[in-house]
Ligand binder design. Structure first.
Ligand code: ADP
Length: 261
């Protein structure tokens, strides 16, 4: 069929975004959103143009982490204008809710509609990277993003060093394979404890789960991010760790992880 004006606008908008990267995890609490935010910041600090899209419709945490809790979007020329923090354009379902504590009871098609709008109607402009934070697991949201974006989208998978998390993440990798979504690699978060005084990394949990898993699944291992108690403080303050502490072990880990992206 003849493409509609809307479809043409969408294709043009997506062509202006060079890299679209989904951030996935097998389960919650492994630091997926923390990784998504700090990946975005690290890329922006290298001078890349970055957008951050939070499609975690039931538990959006990006607004808090980016200091945007309670923010709303503006509208201009039929487009949604995303707020910007540290040069990063940010969109979350949170910005469209009257009361951010409202629990969202949305079925698949409604989620798909919201995600479609975030990709179509938001004025992303020209970007080098659009980082998309998905809810944990292999549900409607990453599936919708995949269906809407079709071709040139890739994924990173976040895990922790423990084997249990690794078993869950295997499912995420299978999901990507089924959807023909190339996996850039696995990131092992909470991998060792970075001493805030001397910077030495102590391995609290068994190390290497992410790397073993990546090897078994034949996908690259992108690197380890240490546990740092300052992450929680930064998250509460709404200033991402890598932005506030660019000299930290965590910032250095991210600087190396973004290289192959
Ligand atoms: P997910 O998105 O996987 O549910 P979050 O990014 O919300 O996980 O992180 C879960 C919790 O763990 C948050 O309180 C966050 O501050 C903390 N956290 C994540 N990564 C680290 C880290 N490397 N060091 C210390 N705390 C972390």
């Amino acid at each position: 069929h003849e493409p509609t004006a809307k479809e043409i606008r969408f294709l043009a908008q997506m062509a202006n975004i060079k890299h679209k990267i989904l951030v996935l995890s097998g389960k919650g609490g492994v630091g997926k959103s923390t990784v998504a935010v700090n990946l975005a910041i690290s890329l922006a600090m290298e001078g890349r143009r970055v957008g951050l899209l939070d499609v975690d419709i039931h538990g959006p945490s990006i607004p808090t982490m980016m200091g945007l809790k309670g923010s709303h979007t503006e509208f201009a020329n039929d487009c949604i204008i995303p707020p910007e923090v540290a040069g990063i354009k940010v969109i979350s379902v949170d910005f469209f809710l009257e009361n951010t504590d409202d629990a969202l009871i949305w079925r698949g098609p409604m989620k798909q509609g919201a995600i479609q709008q975030f990709l179509e109607d938001v004025e992303w402009g020209e970007l080098d990277f659009l980082i998309i934070d998905c809810p944990p697991g292999t549900g409607d949201e990453p599936l919708s993003v995949r269906q809407i974006l079709k071709g040139d989208t890739r994924a990173v998978v976040v895990t922790t060093p423990q084997e249990v998390a690794a078993a869950d993440v295997r499912k995420s990798i299978n999901f990507c394979e089924k959807l023909d979504l190339p996996v850039i690699g696995v990131i092992e978060n909470m991998s060792g404890f970075a001493c805030p005084h001397c910077g030495t990394i102590t391995n609290i949990f068994k190390q290497g789960g992410g790397e073993t898993l990546a090897a078994k699944a034949k996908v690259p291992f992108l690197g380890r991010i240490p546990i740092d108690p300052l992450v929680a403080e930064c998250s509460d303050a709404g200033v991402p760790m890598v932005h506030k502490y660019p000299e930290s072990a965590m910032a250095k880990a991210f600087a190396s992880i973004i290289q192959p992206l």
